[in-house]
Ligand binder design. Structure first.
Ligand code: VIB
Length: 235
């Protein structure tokens, strides 16, 4: 069972995934406490920070979707291949559509959104994940993408439980999407797959998976921080 300070225990997640979650629990708890998310839940997050986040997240998701394509390419069976292919499609349509719609409301066109210059953290995060995926097995792909899918679901549910968070006309949709059962199913599928793929692996490979999970968990924190500070590159 995994449990964090916000009380989002999930008895459905055990095995190696729960071990990964436990080994990265400090950084996950720091994520929950980050001012970007505190203010998003309270409805006080300044719009310019949210737009900055959406634009960076959009270009992040373009590369992140490639991780799912690599998951499909590296899968050993047709069912897993198809699952990653559906996830790839879902990311490009459902998740990125939310970003496109938000940006339209703020007068940022689709072309502008796609041509967003990636910040240093965005480049570093996606380059790291793609390197690990290209050089590794499906288990390495899953360990690298797991914090992203799983932590957003955890964050979404924690924010949904903040009194009044769903009254905010801007942030409600964001919270609803990430706390949805549909997104929960993705996280649960990936934790189950991680558990199956880790079975019987030698200690050295399990250590590598832990390192990948911890690194992308840290990048998740850095992403919130970069967005909150609107941090690009040094001149
Ligand atoms: C920095 C960053 N990390 C995680 C997510 C969340 N996310 C990315 S892909 C995916 C699965 C379904 O499309 C989920 C939940 C994000 N948007 N941005």
């Amino acid at each position: 069972m995994s449990r964090n300070q916000t009380g989002t225990a999930d008895a459905r997640i055990g095995g190696f995934s729960a071990e990964l979650r436990e080994s990265a629990k400090e950084i996950w708890e720091a994520n929950h406490r980050h001012p970007f998310l505190k203010e998003l839940g309270a409805g006080t997050l300044p719009t310019d920070k949210f737009i900055f986040y959406l634009r960076q997240d959009y270009v992040y998701l373009i590369d992140y979707a490639r991780m799912f394509a690599l998951g499909s390419a590296k899968a050993d069976d047709v069912e897993t291949m198809a699952w990653f292919a559906r996830l790839l499609e879902g990311t490009l349509s459902t998740e990125m559509e939310l970003h496109r719609q938000y940006c339209e409301r703020f007068g940022v066109s689709r072309r502008e959104l796609e041509s967003t210059e990636p910040a240093s953290v965005t480049v570093s995060y996606t380059s790291y994940m793609l390197r690990e995926a290209y050089n590794g097995t499906l288990a390495n792909v899953v360990a690298s993408v797991l914090p992203c899918t799983w932590s957003y679901w955890e964050i979404g549910r924690a924010l949904r439980d903040v009194p009044g968070s769903l009254d905010h006309e801007l942030y409600r949709e964001w919270i609803e999407m990430y706390s949805s059962d549909e997104f929960g199913e993705l996280a649960l599928y990936l934790t189950g797959l991680m558990n199956r793929l880790a079975e019987g692996l030698p200690e050295r490979e399990l250590r590598k998976l832990k390192e990948q999970f911890l690194t992308t968990s840290r990048y998740e924190y850095m992403f919130w921080d970069m967005a909150y500070k609107k941090e690009m590159w040094p001149n």
